[in-house]
Design a protein around this ligand. Structure first.
Ligand code: URA
Length: 247
């Protein structure tokens, strides 16, 4: 159940504020009954909601993969006027919400959807959806240091869970290396803090995979809808992470 003005706004009728005015003006019906007070809740999946006699469109579910550039905030609005992810998704009418977040300085795979249930399953801290990053770090870390990251390393908010870590690219002059790291947690700035802990600060961080989906050749700043197969992969990842939790 959701507040009527929220349902109307999500269906693209008007802004939430304007929808409140429509309700107060007696233009909105739920199952043919006029609703004139704010705060009334309805279930868009069962109730027939209409504005001036015209039923609103059911919101269809939409799933988007976006290649977030660095310097963009994972948010749908910013009070300081900075660039946000939805600035890049203006062609999409549905109200989208990011699935988790990437730091301002991090680029790469970000999912956005209006499917709150799936988003919740994929981002809940107790769930363990794998996320793979390419971290370009200063100098070339020693194998022993990478093993520490693999086993789990102490951060100020506790030990990290085991991670998959391997060299992806090594600068022949030894000035930097790109390490592929897969984590199954989502703590704040976790990858950067893990590399700080072994004294190899991250200079560039890109997420290349989330829940079994891959960014592949999606260009920076571009987005596309998930295929049906990708959606199934993601739903499986959400369920597995849930089951993993129950065991
Ligand atoms: N780890 C980080 O440090 N930053 C991100 O954006 C994601 C994971």
């Amino acid at each position: 159940m959701e507040r009527l003005q929220k349902i109307l706004a999500a269906a693209g009728v008007a802004s939430r504020r304007k929808c409140e005015e429509l309700i107060l003006a007696g233009k909105v019906t739920v199952n043919d009954k006029v609703v004139k007070e704010l705060g009334v809740k309805a279930d868009p999946a069962v109730d027939v909601i209409a504005v001036s006699g015209k039923p609103i469109k059911r919101e269809s579910k939409i799933y988007i993969m976006f290649n977030k550039p660095k310097g963009v905030i994972t948010s749908v609005s910013d009070d300081k006027g900075r660039s946000v992810v939805t600035d890049y998704l203006k062609d999409i009418k549905e109200r989208l919400y990011p699935v988790g977040r990437l730091d301002y300085d991090t680029e790469g795979l970000l999912l956005l959807t209006n499917d709150g249930d799936l988003a919740h399953k994929l981002t809940h801290p107790r769930h363990h959806v794998p996320k793979t990053y390419h971290a370009t770090v200063e100098r070339v870390p020693h194998g022993k240091d990478l093993e520490k990251l693999q086993r789990g390393i102490k951060l100020e908010d506790g030990m990290t869970a085991p991670a998959d870590v391997e060299y992806h690219d090594i600068d022949p002059e030894g000035k930097f290396a790109t390490i592929s790291i897969t984590i199954r947690e989502g703590r704040n700035r976790q990858v950067r803090r893990m590399f700080d802990a072994i004294h190899h600060p991250v200079s560039r961080l890109k997420r290349i995979s989330f829940g079994g989906l891959y960014l592949n050749n999606l260009q920076r700043g571009k987005h596309r809808r998930l295929t049906a197969e990708e959606l199934r992969t993601l739903q499986d990842a959400a369920e597995q992470s849930e089951r993993g939790q129950e065991q």
